[in-house]
Design a protein around this ligand. Structure first.
Ligand code: 6R9
Length: 656
């Protein structure tokens, strides 16, 4: 509650600097409100016009929205296009020699790739994939480090109509396995090893382990990019093929596969409140439109910009604002293999100076880490190329916002705090920086055409200052089309009966102030946001109980200064409750276990052992209580319905 109060008391407001406003694509509040009005009054032609303006169509569409099978909406559905054509070919006439990617490797090595070079590499690799029998509609899992080839692989899939599913390189074999199996992937693209912060990530070994488990029989080939000199640990003849051998001799052009607007472009797995991660399925045209238009509006894109989004392509942010939005608009962008703290905490600032970055987009957790490691460091670099800053992934606390504004942006650069989700495909609530005054900690106002609102349980809008559920009241082009293999779950999760199946339920709670600005409060479900990464408590619990020593586990979040949220696990072992050294040893063992099952990013920060968990008489775990215990708060709630109240003091005492 206290964070909420302090946020809602935030009264500082920053108008766009005059110079910025004058040059902005959407300049001044009137221009913003005019666009909103256009969308309100003529919703379909608003989106139809944007789709004609921003996308190059092979065959134009005749209908904007088909809502006959709501909530399975189709947009522009008889239109035909290719996303990779839109990201590459169409720029070649005038921008063939423009730099598309400035790649900075973990060790600082820089490689520049022009649009024509990128086009050539994508075509060759696309032909390579075809030679492996990959075609339209086939699924391809991409498990790569953040290198040029990761983007080449994604674009090549888009070019031949294959559906990619990128798995973040920080996930482990178990997570890779589950995604390959759910997607029914035909091919896996990986690297022998990744490099992050000077450390080796054994990607190929993880793929080997994943493929050795039952359920991955659909995979016929593994393409291995050689990132490091050390070769590959094991090699499966007939299945594994080196990237460089695959493209050797392949033609340098490749006719795009022409796709229907609503054909899937990709699946990206994300955490939900129950069960296994959900395969969020995005369309070709609607998704692309969201990425292009938001990139143009929210980042006030200019052809002379050097854009840098620090997200990995394993997350939706890396899909929309590395792979598709910037390339689709013909931008020059920086991509970075490493981490912000290696070799030192000046890495980001040095890179901004060196590459003359104009637009910098990162996560609050990175900002908080860098404040801790060197609040004064940005002063040592020339950051005068910057004109716009952005954040994404979690709420940003006003102190971090102010530091970013003053120390990085020199009080000149607007900050776009962008609220959106894997499911929405592109930014939904964010200031158009030349039009809207910003407030530290608020993502401000919805983009024109995004009918966001805050409602109560009955779906009625709430008063300003009163919290409620964040919903989007009309479908929009870049919205998730379905959950791969699970349309029922799609319907019940995102278009629940409570709201008559009409509103898209985002899964966040939010608040609006007197000027209509949105303040995101956090998830309403059992999803944690650790360093901007979405993790389901259930996923971590399942991983823990899969350990032979564990009988039962419950996972909750607690606030964390740098990560936003930290993972706390309450564990009941099959044997007696451990204490002292034994508890320490088992804590380490279970942390490693979770890292192995899901990935290091899901590792609990804190593990508490109990003889049992607090349960109601009907056997339900009372997570509310566990949350209070994890935070070290007094237990103010009613515990009269507890079957075993004495367990509370045991769990409180077990704090390590
Ligand atoms: C793009 C992305 C989505 C969840 C979302 C919300 C949180 C994202 C935010 C934010 C406050 C912001 N979130 N951006 N909360 N302010 N600017 O992060 O997608 O990984 O699917 O996470 O992240 O809770 O529901 P995804």
């Amino acid at each position: 509650m206290s964070t909420l109060d302090s946020i809602l008391r935030e009264t500082r407001s920053f108008d766009p600097a005059e110079d910025f406003r004058r040059k902005a694509t959407v300049s001044g509040p009137d221009a913003y409100y005019a666009l909103c009005e256009q969308a309100d009054d003529h919703y379909l032609s608003f989106w139809g016009d944007l789709a004609r303006e921003l996308i190059s169509w092979k065959k134009p569409f005749s209908r904007v929205l088909d809502d006959s099978k709501a909530p399975f909406f189709k947009w522009f559905d008889d239109g035909v296009l290719n996303v990779s054509y839109n990201c590459l070919d169409r720029h070649l006439a005038v921008n063939a020699n423009k730099i598309a990617l400035i790649f900075e490797a973990d060790d600082g090595d820089v490689t520049r790739v022009t649009y024509s070079e990128l086009h050539r590499r994508v075509c060759q690799f696309a032909n390579g994939l075809k030679s492996l029998g990959v075609g339209k509609g086939d699924r391809v899992v991409i498990y790569m480090p953040m290198v040029i080839e990761a983007i080449v692989a994604m674009q090549a899939c888009a070019r031949i109509g294959a559906i990619h599913s990128v798995v973040f390189g920080g996930f482990s074999a178990g997570a890779v396995h589950d995604r390959i199996q759910d997607a029914g992937a035909k091919v896996v693209i990986t690297a022998n090893e990744g490099l992050r912060g000077g450390k080796i990530v054994p990607l190929k070994a993880m793929v080997d382990e994943a493929l050795a488990m039952p359920g991955c029989e659909t995979v016929t080939a593994t393409v291995v990019y050689q990132r490091t000199n050390s070769g590959a640990s094991t090699w499966h003849d007939g299945r594994d093929i080196w990237w460089h051998k695959l493209i050797d001799g392949q033609p340098e052009s490749c006719e795009p596969e022409w796709m229907q607007a609503d054909d899937p472009l990709f699946i990206l797995y994300t955490s939900g409140s129950t069960g296994r991660p959900k395969g969020i399925q995005h369309s070709s045209a609607g998704y692309l439109l969201g990425a292009l238009n938001s990139f143009r509006w929210v980042f006030d894109y200019k052809p002379s910009d050097v854009f840098w989004c620090t997200a990995d392509v394993g997350w939706i942010t890396g899909h929309s604002y590395v792979c598709y939005g910037p390339l689709g608009m013909g931008a020059t962008q920086v991509i970075f293999e490493g981490v912000p703290t290696y070799p030192d905490a000046g890495r980001f600032w040095r890179m901004i100076e060196q590459h003359k970055v104009t637009t910098f987009y990162t996560a609050p957790t990175a900002i908080r880490t860098l404040i801790k490691l060197g609040a004064e460091l940005p002063k040592q670099y020339d950051l005068s190329s910057l004109r716009l800053l952005g954040t994404v992934g979690e709420p940003i606390n006003p102190e971090a916002w102010m530091w970013y504004y003053e120390m990085v942006g020199d009080e000149r650069c607007p900050i776009v705090d962008t609220w959106w989700q894997t499911e929405t495909g592109s930014a939904m609530i964010a200031p158009l920086p030349g039009a809207i005054a910003t407030k530290p900690g608020s993502c401000t106002l919805p983009l024109p055409g995004i009918m966001a609102d805050i409602v109560d349980e009955s779906g009625a809008p709430v008063e300003p200052g009163k919290g409620g559920f964040l919903v989007i009241k009309r479908p929009f082009p870049s919205l998730v089309r379905t959950i791969w293999n699970d349309p029922e779950r799609f319907k019940s999760t995102y278009f629940p009966e409570e709201f008559n199946g009409q509103y898209y339920l985002a899964g966040d709670s939010a608040n609006r102030d007197e000027s209509g600005y949105f303040w995101i409060m956090g998830r309403i479900d059992d999803v944690l946001n650790v360093s901007g990464h979405r993790l389901g408590t259930m996923e971590i619990e399942s991983a823990l109980v899969a350990n032979p020593l564990v009988a039962e586990a419950a996972v909750v979040g607690k606030p964390h200064e740098v990560k936003g949220e930290a993972v706390v696990a309450f564990v009941v072992l099959k044997g007696p409750r451990p204490t002292g050294e034994e508890a320490k040893r088992l804590t380490a063992e279970l942390k490693n276990w979770v890292a192995h099952e899901i990935g290091k990013l899901a590792q609990p920060d804190d593990i508490r052992f109990g003889d049992n968990l607090p349960k109601t008489r009907s056997g339900k775990i009372m997570r509310r209580l566990l949350r209070s215990i994890a935070r070290g708060e007094e237990i103010a709630q009613d515990v009269s319905t507890l079957e075993n109240p004495q367990i509370l003091s045991q769990l409180q005492e077990s704090a390590s």
